[in-house]
Design a protein. Sequence first.
Length: 153
Amino acid sequence: MSTTTASIDVDRPVRTVYNQWTQFETFPHFMEGVEEIRQRDDTHVHWRVKVGPATREFDATITEQHPDERVAWRSDSGPQHAGVVTFQRLDENHTRVTTQLEVDPDGFLENVADKLGILKARVHGDLQRFKKFIEERPMETGGWRGDVSQPTL
């Protein structure tokens, strides 16, 4: 398992930043390699991602979600991974977003990418693009304020 942690400070209130992050179907706008995400219900999402020349699809479960604080997930199929995103209010108009991602690289290309630090660079780039995505908008594109508390398996 490989762990990647990254943070970025966003010039928006924590509620706005959190609300935008819960709009999983917008992830392709700022996450490299993510082609599509379909939210099936409050706690299940289906991903289609491009990894090098290959396209992979997998399902994930939201295992924990607390408004303005955190979103955690784990994969149910496909490459094994899990993660958490936390939202820290810095002041009225600034939020720190921190991601921690654990990935078990699947296959030769993913193992090479992990060893070369490509995953870490991608996560940092995704956060930079998320910052730009939310800061260029007058408001979030939506938000889900529900609370999820499921034990992680």
